[in-house]
Design a protein around this ligand. Structure first.
Ligand code: SF4
Length: 277
């Protein structure tokens, strides 16, 4: 499998458009230089792949653009022989998914390095192993964009697509990025049956996004979050799951059994089975 630049003195800085295998964008992909452009380009995206391409070249948040590119330039010592993605990490998975997972934002040396959401850190290792056990991913590991991994009937979305300093996006950055999520949910509407919110923040992000995406019957007030919470609304089921962060998994707050219970429930509700692979 092609892994650009690894072991041969990978160039520092963000990936050039089209330089990685499976890069969703091309030189013709329009770039959003500001928040109004995000709203315009997201609304005008007619497919998930078009939406992902546009997300992956977005430059609407100056602080996050500077941070993601600085991290990609300086790199962590352990990854100096690897290229960094250093761009927005788009949603990932088929555009006709029946199951959607929603996370918060990529990590500086996780998704911002590998180009794939929830990939390159311990949270992602935990999540993809569980997705594989549930029949929602083709492989138990996710290494980086273009590694051959594939989601099955499942798409992973995010509230914010660029790695934020200290893992904390500002309210303005969350608002700026929100149209990518809302449009992603709109485009999934014909097939979507179940949403899994990965953690409390993702839960809080998911409900208003579903309302804005036009899912009728979504309650005006956000329901209470909990691991295993299950709410039927707007023609879909929303499940809550503790975030698979090392803090939660190392302490046993989230176990493999608990993870499998929620993702297994999502697979059942979504009608996704291993045979779909
Ligand atoms: S956080 Fe979202 S809106 Fe801001 S630059 Fe990244 S992709 Fe664009």
């Amino acid at each position: 499998m092609s892994r650009p630049g690894i072991g041969v003195g990978a160039p520092a800085g963000p990936a050039a458009v089209g330089a990685w295998p499976a890069d969703p964008a091309s030189a013709a992909t329009p770039v959003a230089p500001g928040a109004p452009d995000v709203a315009r380009l997201a609304a005008a995206s007619s497919t998930a792949s078009e939406l992902d391409a546009r997300t992956s070249v977005c430059r609407a948040c100056p602080r996050l653009v500077a941070w993601r590119e600085q991290v990609a330039t300086e790199r962590r010592a352990a990854y100096l022989r690897q290229p960094y993605w250093g761009r927005p990490v788009p949603a990932w998975g088929p555009g006709d998914a029946r199951v959607a997972l929603v996370g918060l934002a990529p990590a500086a040396h996780g998704g911002n390095r590998t180009g794939r959401i929830f990939t390159g850190d311990r949270s992602g290792d935990w999540l993809y192993a569980a997705l594989y056990r549930a029949g929602l991913a083709a492989l138990p590991t996710s290494v980086r964009l273009g590694d051959g991994q594939r989601l099955v009937g499942t798409r992973i979305l995010a509230g914010v697509h660029c790695a934020p300093p200290a893992n904390k996006p500002t309210a303005a950055e969350r608002d700026a990025c929100r149209p990518w999520l809302v449009r992603g949910l709109e485009l999934l509407a014909p097939t979507l049956r179940v949403v899994v919110a990965l953690g409390h923040f993702a839960w809080q992000t998911t409900w208003p996004a579903l309302r804005d995406a036009g899912y009728a019957g979504v309650p005006p007030r956000t329901p209470a979050f909990g691991h295993g919470a299950e709410v039927t609304a707007g023609g879909i089921v929303v499940l809550g799951m503790y975030h698979p962060s090392p803090r939660n998994t190392f302490t046993g707050l989230l176990t493999e059994q608990m993870t499998d219970a929620v993702l297994g429930r999502a697979a059942t509700l979504g009608g996704v089975h291993s045979a779909d692979q």
